[in-house]
Ligand binder design. Structure first.
Ligand code: NAD
Length: 441
């Protein structure tokens, strides 16, 4: 089989590389010439554990190619994935201009039957728009080519993307013909050998499944943050509550960690897009509207604790920040809560020294030289008046607190991810603030 993956970002690059890994001939296409040139030299545009080795291995094996030439790749491929971005438009709805531009390009070049698959997260009805766009392009050039559209939303998690792709909980595929179902079954067969299920459904349901999944996960996070904020007010400990409810099999232990709000390139935009889709169709997603507003508030919770602790003395304080990316094991800074927190600290006249294992280059696009970037986590602490834990990278979990306290000017920790033991830190003389636990400060 031969496939093309159009859009070589997070999803496209992981998708293309993983298909190549199981022996399929893959061409990854992007309009960004520099990205493609870099990839040809083995330089990846993103950090994702294990991806670099896998790209190199498959390029060397001659199964994985990178190109800007959509036409050449489309001509003889069996399946073309559309994996370009679907950023939020000004009103929150998903902007489909990149998806439809690719569809047009496909129609301008395809010569034989193929399945055109939307892998980007797209609202219900998009596959139908893709179909129309391709048909119009074919008509324009007077070509008659048979094709199918399909929807195959992607559920990979940044930071664990390869594992998620190779060993998926499930693969969701929306199709409208037996022929397309057959092609997609053959394509995914290597991933199903270990019992991972493929769920076929109609196309609108597949498109909706992705939004429903992300919205449910975002709901769990905002729900738990709301409970955490109430715990703090009432003198309960959300860490205990979390264990208490997570042990109920109907609720489960995953995705109920309180923190400083969800970020990244998916949850914020997908929640907004689903709210917008509903509004456009005369329905209000009341739960999701609340999910979003809790999340906006939650991004400020850690800063508010800093402000409360230092009061009028906040100006001129040096803040150490551990973690910049929106979650561990990725350099993705899109909608990262760190940006909100750091901007607020800077606006109060603080200086910020940040450390992140991989996200500094990305962070510099937004924060530039307005903060300093430490070479390692301990360097960030030198003379700091407080430490803020913003991303729960594994290396932050058990630091040597004797060294930490020696380096800092004041022993104050604001733990936005609840990774430390309150009692232990207070015994070590730290003022410790976390989420959802009353600290008495
Ligand atoms: P991204 O911004 O990392 O990558 C998109 C790529 O598409 C860019 O490299 C861009 O240059 C390229 N592109 C744009 N227009 C193009 C065109 N006309 N032809 C060729 N290439 C073009 O985006 P991403 O994070 O990979 O997300 C892609 C889609 O997948 C989005 O809809 C997103 O919601 C969805 N998704 C993302 C994740 C994730 O974790 N990042 C997970 C699941 C689904």
């Amino acid at each position: 089989m031969k496939i093309a993956v159009v859009g070589t970002g997070y999803v496209g690059l992981v998708t293309g590389t993983c298909f190549a890994e199981v022996g399929i001939d893959v061409t990854c296409i992007d309009i960004d010439q520099r990205k493609i040139d870099n990839l040809r030299q083995g330089i990846l545009p993103i950090y994702e554990p294990g991806l670099e080795e896998m790209v190199t291995r498959n390029v060397d094996a001659g199964r994985l190619h990178f190109s800007t030439d959509l036409g050449a790749a489309i001509k003889d491929c069996d399946v073309a994935f559309i994996a370009v971005g679907t950023p939020p438009g000004e009103d929150g709805s998903a902007d489909l201009k990149y998806v439809l531009a690719v569809a047009r390009g496909i129609g301008e070049h395809m010569n034989s039957y193929g399945v055109i698959v939307t892998k980007s997260t797209v609202p219900v009805g998009t596959a139908a728009k893709v179909r129309r766009e391709i048909e119009q392009a074919l008509e324009k050039r007077g070509a008659q080519v048979d094709f199918d559209v399909a929807s195959n939303p992607e559920f990979l998690k940044e930071g664990a993307a390869i594992d998620d792709f190779l060993k998926p909980d499930r693969i969701v595929v929306g199709v409208a013909s037996e022929r397309a179902e057959d092609v997609m079954s053959r394509l995914y067969k290597p991933f199903l050998l270990n019992g991972h299920p493929i769920i076929f459904m109609d196309i609108p349901s597949a498109e909706m499944t992705k939004y429903a999944a992300n919205s449910m996960l975002a709901t769990k996070i905002s729900f738990m943050n709301d409970i955490a904020n109430l715990c703090e007010i009432m003198g309960a400990d959300v860490n205990m509550v979390r264990r208490g409810i997570g042990s109920d099999a109907r609720i489960g232990p995953k995705f109920i960690y309180p923190g400083i709000g969800y970020g990244g390139s998916c949850f914020p935009k997908d929640v907004k897009a689903l709210i917008k889709t509903a509004q456009e169709n005369g329905y209000q997603m009341q739960v999701l509207q609340a999910v979003e507003s809790v999340n906006e508030g939650q991004k400020e919770v850690l800063f508010n604790k800093v402000k409360k602790h230092f009061g009028a003395e906040l100006k001129g304080k040096k803040m150490a920040v551990w973690g910049l990316s929106f979650k561990p094991k990725t350099d993705d800074m899109r909608e990262a809560p760190s940006l909100v927190i750091i901007e607020k600290l800077l606006a109060e006249g603080c200086t910020v020294s940040a450390y992140d294992p991989v996200a500094v280059t990305e962070a510099k696009h937004s924060l530039g030289d307005r903060i300093t970037y430490a070479e390692d986590q301990m360097e960030a602490l030198i003379d700091a008046d407080a430490l803020l834990i913003v991303t729960e990278w594994p290396e932050f979990r058990v630091p040597n607190f004797t060294v930490v306290s020696r380096l800092m000017k004041q022993k104050v920790i604001f733990d936005g991810r609840n990774i430390y033991d309150k009692q232990e830190l207070e015994q070590a003389g730290f003022a410790y603030h976390c989420i959802g636990v009353r600290t008495g400060h």
